[in-house]
Design a protein around this ligand. Structure first.
Ligand SMILES: Nc1ncnc2c1ncn2[C@@H]1O[C@H](COP(=O)(O)OP(=O)(O)OP(=O)(O)O)[C@@H](O)[C@H]1O
Ligand SMILES: [Mg+2]
Length: 1002
């Protein structure tokens, strides 16, 4: 490698990113990434190699992978490449191998990986999430031992799955010591190139460093050329050549190197003989090697940037008629001429050595220069050889399809595309699977006996293509395709296919989740069940029935839904399909919840969970676990809820499914259980793992959940999360959770305007189409804000104001009551938490109305206590206040002390501050100091008088002071006179001024 010239600034910036990772987990909580871009040959790879070398010396684990030009059809190629850990020191290589071994999904990406086995997630459509999760898990695990530098090169050639995985990683790597550097060619990035969206996405993350490589300045170019060994000996003449090359190369080092090589090979060249343009220059170099060598180079160019020795040898033998000894000589010549280099990556594989083009641009030039006939012949020969070899390495089928297509071998391309589709599906790359299947479908009519070649009927292939699209996240596309398929399948045709098509269509329509889609789902599911033969009982019939039951449930037909779910369960049992049974049982459980039969629901969910166990249908298993944990939580069975959720989270984690639909729910159910039961240090740990800088909806859900504890503890992190959550306000669930909690935060900070605005937004997000019990909580916060205002208004004698607050509170109470009735599911039984909040709403309403009876708060306490630790303490705070108002001081002090103990144990800072305030005002704290700072006027004042003075300084009237301190207005006026006397102040204003000077007013 030539010494690196120029690029000092760029190198420094990249090393800065690396330093941040070495310093430890990124403090700001976001991925550290650098994007290195620039024209072909400008020096991206060279620069990154420098960084890699320095990083390696510093003990960083460097993983590097490249995309290939035809890699577009091989999923995850650069990751597969990186996982081979080429050039890692032995200890790191062993750690990598071990981390890969633990994750069988990843092993499939490797050459000798267990190619044919299916994993649990396959049939659930979770293979992609599983792959993503496995890569994330691997990187995090390695990063615990040493920082990781992941270099992904030439992303302009990346496949869709690689791009998605990259985006996923950049969103998910927040606290790990992982740096990602990607390179791509700017000149290849046309306006609609799919990488653009990815780059834009990455750039939105603040930790992304953009390094755009511009042409090297002439001085650096001269330095580069002089440092190259094959340059001419220094002489005036050579200086002139160098100058011409520098001028010509336009700051592109690769161009310069090639010009120099060309100049030295031919001896000093007059300027006009130097070909113009890089491609022409490269070809002129190729033309100087022997004809045999040129043939080898052409064959290698067709194979790709990296060429397998065995294959190229065989190709040239057959196509170019070159015997082995000649072949070897030709290869030696090409290496000597620096056109090919031995490929280290392949040399380390037992599979045999290989070569790489010294530069990708050279391969492109050679390939583009091929005569059409020769190109076709070479592709054809390559295809034949690959077909003979069988699917040894991942991506083989995709390559085969590529070569077959390029050699116009339609049947070959057809069968290979189907194989490639299956392989991509197994690798968790449904986007690629979909593409390959679609490619095969496009060729279907051009192949004789297509069904026999494919090994499956066209309809089944369409079905597969559509489900792949859905698994890749393109549900609308799946719906369109399946609708069309359903239309063309004849009613007297393959009953199973027709049934499965209808079932999947209905299922995906339910995921679209609009009223029209749900209505269509119901129609399709009904027809499908009707058309599916009853005898013999089959898995697909059971599944069609289970989906019909689901569709009925969404359209509120509970009785019928239950009937069909039970029938589905029975058929599934007969057909020995435990996973369909589990699916039906979960639906029956959900229907039981809605019918208010909680015991029944728990027993069905438990049964479903057990049935799903061992079926390898992860999404069904996690769905059952999730509903079981949720029901336990809702019933206040916190320990059991936490236990189930925890097991589920671990399972989802092991399979890399943390953020898949039910994995996500289990995560926050686990958190909520501990938030409720008061194990806050554990809950905090969990919340800390929820990224703050969120860029996707699932993450936003978790970040919103973390606010429960962060608001209750008064952590500043709650504010950090906000800016990142705001873009997700359009998501009703995120808005509902997050804004409800921001309302609470505003209330703790005494900002009732903001509290009401946020609570309103949260309440509005619950309206689907009538309120649900979820609305009770944010309504309770809004009521609390109204009550605070009403109390204040009343104390300051502003009765109209107080009345209007009470009226607003009354409207809120109606909303809470409607939510509690749950009009869309009236039979649902409220759990203790919902009942507790409802009682709190009533108590707050009474407080707003001036009837702050302790009995109201005791009723709240009866619901929350003792299981809901924090809510118990919060209620004791209000209870103590009400008791103090009622003059029941001893009871007040007891409730107050209990609340203090809990607030301290939990680290609930805002609650503790509110309790301190109450303690001072109501004189509940027996240990409170009774004097101010020595040497001040305040020294002469009693503790009570200081309290009063503070309020005087705030401009409060005697009546307001009385209300605030739980004393009679008359007593307040006596305190004020005493204060004026002690301070020698003539008026309240003067007393206020003294208080201000003494720092008592704030
Ligand atoms: N700053 C530099 N100092 C020394 N040599 C350099 C420098 N930049 C590039 N080179 C040399 O120029 C050639 C092309 O550089 P490189 O392969 O890094 O380009 P690239 O930007 O990665 O191109 P591509 O887009 O085709 O991958 C290499 O031989 C490299 O060693
Ligand atoms: Mg490069």
């Amino acid at each position: 490698m030539s010494t690196l010239v120029g690029r000092e600034a760029e190198l420094e910036r990249l090393l800065g990113v690396l330093d941040d990772a070495l310093d430890g987990p990124s403090a700001a909580g976001h991925t550290l990434a650098a994007l290195v871009s620039g024209d072909a040959g400008i020096g991206k790879s060279r620069l990154v190699s420098e960084v890699a070398a320095i990083a390696g010396d510093r003990g960083v684990t460097v993983l590097r992978g490249h995309c290939a030009e035809i890699g577009d059809s091989v999923p995850y190629l650069p990751f597969a490449d990186a996982l081979r850990g080429v050039r890692l020191p032995p200890a790191k290589a062993a750690a990598l191998a071990e981390a890969v071994r633990k994750r069988p999904v990843l092993a499939r990406l490797l050459p000798d990986g267990s190619g044919e086995q299916d994993t649990a997630a396959d049939r659930s459509g979770l293979a992609r999430q599983q792959m993503f999760g496995a890569v994330l898990g691997l990187l995090s695990e390695l990063a615990e031992q040493a920082p990781v530098l992941l270099i992904l090169e030439d992303l302009h050639w990346a496949d869709a799955s690689t791009r998605d995985l990259l985006t996923f990683l950049s969103r998910m790597l927040h606290h790990e010591r992982v740096v990602v550097i990607i390179t791509y060619r700017t000149d290849d990035l046309h306006r609609r190139h799919p990488l653009r969206a990815v780059v834009a996405d990455l750039a939105r993350l603040s930790a992304v460093t953009l390094v755009e490589l511009t042409p090297l300045p002439p001085a650096s170019m001269t330095e580069l050329l002089s440092s190259l060994q094959n340059g001419p000996a220094p002489s005036p003449q050579s200086a002139a050549i160098l100058n011409r090359i520098v001028e010509r190369a336009d700051g592109n080092p690769y161009y310069a190197e090639e010009l120099l090589a060309s100049a030295s090979a031919a001896g000093p060249l007059p300027a006009e003989l130097v070909p113009s343009g890089l491609a022409a220059l490269l070809l002129s170099r190729v033309e100087r090697v022997s004809e045999a060598a040129q043939r080898v180079l052409r064959a290698a160019a067709v194979e790709g940037r990296r060429a397998d020795d065995d294959i190229v040898r065989a190709v040239v033998r057959d196509v170019a008629d070159l015997a082995d000894p000649d072949y070897d000589a030709a290869v030696r010549e090409l290496v000597a001429n620096q056109l090919l280099v031995p490929d280290q990556v392949d040399a380390e594989r037992e599979a045999g050595a290989g070569y790489a083009f010294r530069h990708a641009l050279l391969r492109e030039a050679v390939y583009n220069d091929l005569m059409p006939g020769e190109r076709t012949r070479l592709h054809a020969r390559l295809a034949a050889l690959l077909a003979q070899r069988g699917p040894k390495t991942p991506g083989m089928a995709a390559q085969l399809a590529h070569h077959s297509l390029a050699s116009h071998d339609i049947p070959g391309a057809f069968t290979a595309s189907i194989k490639a589709g299956k392989e991509a599906a197994r690798l968790g790359a449904p986007a690629e699977a979909h593409r390959h299947y679609d490619q095969a479908l496009a060729l279907w009519d051009r192949v004789d006996d297509a069904e026999k070649l494919a090994g499956l009927p066209r309809g089944k292939l369409i079905l597969r293509s559509a489900t792949s699209a859905a698994f890749a996240g393109d549900v609308p596309r799946a719906v369109v395709t399946l609708r069309r398929l359903r239309d063309v399948l004849a009613e007297d045709g393959d009953a199973e296919l027709r049934s499965r098509t209808g079932e999947r269509l209905a299922y995906f329509l339910l995921q679209v989740d609009t009223p029209e889609a749900c209505a269509e789902a119901l129609r399709v599911a009904r027809v499908t069940v009707r058309e599916t033969p009853e005898e013999p009982p089959t898995t697909y019939r059971a599944r069609a029935m289970a989906t019909y039951a689901l569709a009925l449930m969404t359209s509120q037909g509970y009785g019928v839904a239950l009937d069909w779910a039970q029938r589905a369960q029975a058929v599934a049992t007969q057909a020995s399909a435990p996973w369909v049974e589990a699916e039906a049982l979960t639906t029956i459980g959900l229907l039981a919840v809605r019918a208010g039969q909680q015991e029944e629901a728990i027993s069905k969910f438990t049964a479903a969970y057990e049935k799903a166990d061992g079926t390898e249908m992860l999404s069904i298993e996690l769905r059952a676990a999730c509903h079981l944990a949720r029901e336990r939580l809702s019933r206040g069975e916190l320990a059991e809820a936490a236990r189930i959720a925890h097991i589920g989270v671990r399972r989802a984690d092991d399979e890399g499914l943390r953020l898949a639909p039910y994995g996500l729910d289990l995560q926050h159910l686990h958190f909520q259980a501990h938030y409720a039961d008061g194990q806050w240090d554990h809950a905090q740990e969990v919340a800390d793992s929820y990224a703050a800088h969120v860029t996707s909806q699932p993450e936003a859900v978790l970040s919103a959940m973390a606010l429960f504890i962060e608001v209750a503890r008064g952590n500043a992190a709650a504010d950090d999360r906000r800016a990142w959550l705001e873009p997700f306000w359009k998501d009703e669930f995120v808005a509902f959770i997050a804004r409800g909690l921001y309302a609470e935060r505003a209330l703790w900070q005494g900002d009732t305007d903001l509290a009401l605005a946020e609570a309103d937004a949260s309440i509005a997000a619950d309206n689907w189409p009538t309120h649900t019990p979820a609305v009770i909580r944010p309504t309770g916060i809004a009521l609390s804000a109204r009550a605070d205002r009403a109390v204040l208004a009343r104390a300051s004698g502003d009765d109209p104001r107080a009345a209007s607050e009470v009226a607003a509170a009354e409207r809120l109470l109606q909303i809470a009551t409607e939510g509690a009735r749950y009009p869309s599911r009236p039979a649902v039984v409220l759990g203790p938490e919902a009942r507790g909040w409802l009682a709190r709403c009533q108590a707050e309403y009474q407080r707003a109305s001036g009837k702050n009876d302790p009995g109201n708060w005791q009723r709240v306490l009866a619901e929350f206590s003792p299981g809901y630790v924090y809510e118990t303490a919060r209620t004791q705070w209000r209870l103590a206040e009400a008791l103090a108002e009622a003059g029941r001081r001893e009871e007040a002090a007891a409730a107050w002390e209990a609340a203090i103990a809990t607030a301290d144990k939990l680290g609930a800072v805002p609650l503790r501050a509110a309790l301190d305030d109450l303690g001072r005002r109501a004189r509940l704290d027996p240990h409170a100091a009774d004097s101010g700072p020595p040497g001040s006027h305040a020294h002469a004042l009693t503790g009570r008088e200081q309290e009063v003075l503070r309020l005087v300084a705030l401009g409060k009237s005697n009546r307001e002071i009385a209300a605030e301190l739980f004393i009679a207005p008359k007593t307040a006026s006596v305190h004020v006179s005493n204060i004026l006397g002690k301070l020698g102040a003539a008026s309240r204003t003067e007393a206020a001024a003294i208080a201000h000077r003494q720092g008592l007013g704030s």
